[in-house]
Design a protein. Structure first.
Length: 260
């Protein structure tokens, strides 16, 4: 593995993102969507606070004045949904555009390994994602300034989002390696991600044993644990395996193209 080659691919793709304003557009839309959702959660919490003054017992019974339960956890859930819709816009061009323009064949003729190409592109997309996610840091900082939320669930929740982003990007790169059409790659990525997201809702219709398997495969189940402040190695291992698996499948996809 040559770090110099990875760095060259990384610089090329980061320049492509910011040179074509794709990164700026995606980050702007992401900030607008998450900001709107955060405002709604904060406004709802304020209304509940006023209602609690009239009926404190109801507020205490339903835990309405817990900032983490009312604002922080739903916020992470909302951000993850927006990520599911936005990250395929970043990944769909990574390999599909290279193949369509013919530069993929040229790139693979260079003394660069497939793994170096995939890792370089993954890191470039992940860099844009990190910049995108860091734009939401002002939300928990505002909560800490105005209220008294628990800090640990905020930290573990963000850790979960960073892991989730890596998983989403790895799957997006894989779907981008399957086709020359960016729209097909993006649509396929969103469809598969929604499949993993919605799996948990089918556990009630199957047996308990099979339900546990589905619950483990459902990607949102592992994020919810981290959003609660619970750090379980099982969740971390899940995201790592998910990411590595789809990067591995991307490598196999590229290798199959060499032999055609």
């Amino acid at each position: 593995m040559n770090l110099r080659n990875i760095g060259l691919v990384f610089k090329k793709d980061v320049k492509s993102y910011f040179g074509s304003f794709i990164a700026y557009a995606v980050i702007a839309i992401f900030m607008a969507a998450t900001g709107y959702l955060f405002f709604n959660l904060l406004a709802s919490f304020s209304i509940l606070s006023f209602q609690a003054q009239a009926n404190p017992m109801v507020a205490k019974q339903y835990n309405l004045l817990n900032v983490n339960e009312t604002v922080v956890r739903p916020l992470f859930g909302n951000i993850s949904i927006v990520m599911l819709l936005m990250l395929p816009l970043l990944t769909m061009k990574l390999l599909a555009d290279e193949k369509k323009s013919g530069t993929m064949e040229l790139l693979l003729t260079y003394p660069v390994r497939d793994a170096e190409v995939v890792i370089g592109k993954f890191l470039a997309c992940y860099t844009v994602f990190v910049a995108m996610l860091l734009s939401t840091i002002s939300y928990p900082l505002l909560l800490i300034n105005l209220g008294e939320p628990e800090v640990v669930p905020i930290l573990t929740g963000y850790a979960g989002l960073f892991l989730l982003g890596a998983a989403f990007i790895s799957l997006g790169i894989f779907t981008s390696s399957l086709t020359e059409n960016q729209i097909i790659a993006g649509s396929l990525s969103i469809s598969i991600l929604f499949f993993f997201w919605l799996m948990s809702y089918s556990t009630m219709f199957v047996s308990a044993a099979f339900g546990q398997i589905i619950s483990y495969l459902a990607i949102n189940e592992h994020l919810e644990s981290l959003a609660k402040g619970v750090v379980d190695t099982e969740d971390i291992i899940y995201f790592v395996i998910f990411t590595v698996l789809f990067l591995f499948l991307t490598l196999r996809s590229l290798e199959s193209k060499r032999w055609r």
